[in-house]
Structures are given as C-alpha cells and as structure tokens.
Ligand binder design. Structure first.
Ligand SMILES: [Zn+2]
Length: 127
C-alpha cells in the first residue's frame, strides 16, 4: 500500500483525494505539490494535508482509552483472575469470591488482589 491518499479537504470540505505533482527545477526533482483533487487547493506541506484518519489509528486515541487497556499496561500477568486471592476454582466452575460471579482464569479485574504467601505451583487454594 502506498501512502494514504484520502483526505478531507479543509478548503472545499469534501471527501477528496490528494494529488501529488512532482516539481522540477531544471532536471532535478525539487519537491512535490500536494493538491486537493476536487478543488485544487494546494497544501503547504505534508503536515498540512488533512488525511482521513483510519479507524485502526483511532484505537490509540486518548479518548478511546478504556480501563481495560490501562490494566494491560501494568504487569499483565499480575491482574489475571487466576492470580487473585478472590479466585476460587472447583471442578464445576471458576468463581470470583469478591464479585460472586463466574470468571475465567484469564479474566482481569480492577479489584485484583494479589495472593499472599502462595508459592509458585501451589496456587490451588482448597475451599
Ligand atoms: Zn478541496
């Protein structure tokens, strides 16, 4: 895929395409003209081009940050239900003792509380 060409022109306000025209000085390419294909407005530089924002990029928008994302920015392994002291496992279900609901071992939770005094490999708390 080439550089993105879809723009929302700030000049004519339409969904448009960016036209790139090479500018020559003598025989050497001196630069590019960046032009709106529908109204012909010229953009000063690449930074001024109102490229359409793709959905993929928007995921990382500040406004889009969910608490879930923040959890994963911490120690990822640390907040999984299976490492939580409220996590109870029995043959039939996996249970969160704090929220009194079924959970998955790989769920994460904002009320996560680390297990204490549990060594690795011994986290089957008998309840
Ligand atoms: Zn335009």
């Amino acid at each position: 895929m080439e550089k993105q060409l879809e723009i929302e022109c700030t000049h004519c306000g339409s969904d448009s395409l960016l036209l790139r025209e090479a500018v020559y000085e003598g025989f050497a390419k001196a630069g590019e003209k960046l032009k709106c294909s529908s109204c012909g407005h010229m953009f000063e530089s690449e930074e001024d081009v109102p490229f359409k924002v793709k959905a993929k990029v928007e995921i990382f928008d500040e406004t889009d940050k969910s608490p879930r994302m923040e959890v994963f920015s911490e120690d990822e392994k640390g907040v999984l239900c299976r490492h939580c002291r409220h996590y109870v496992i029995n043959p039939f279900t996996q249970w969160c003792h704090r929220h009194r609901k079924e959970v998955q071992a790989t769920d994460s939770c904002s009320d996560f509380a680390a297990q204490e005094g549990v060594e690795k490999g011994e986290d089957e708390t008998a309840i």
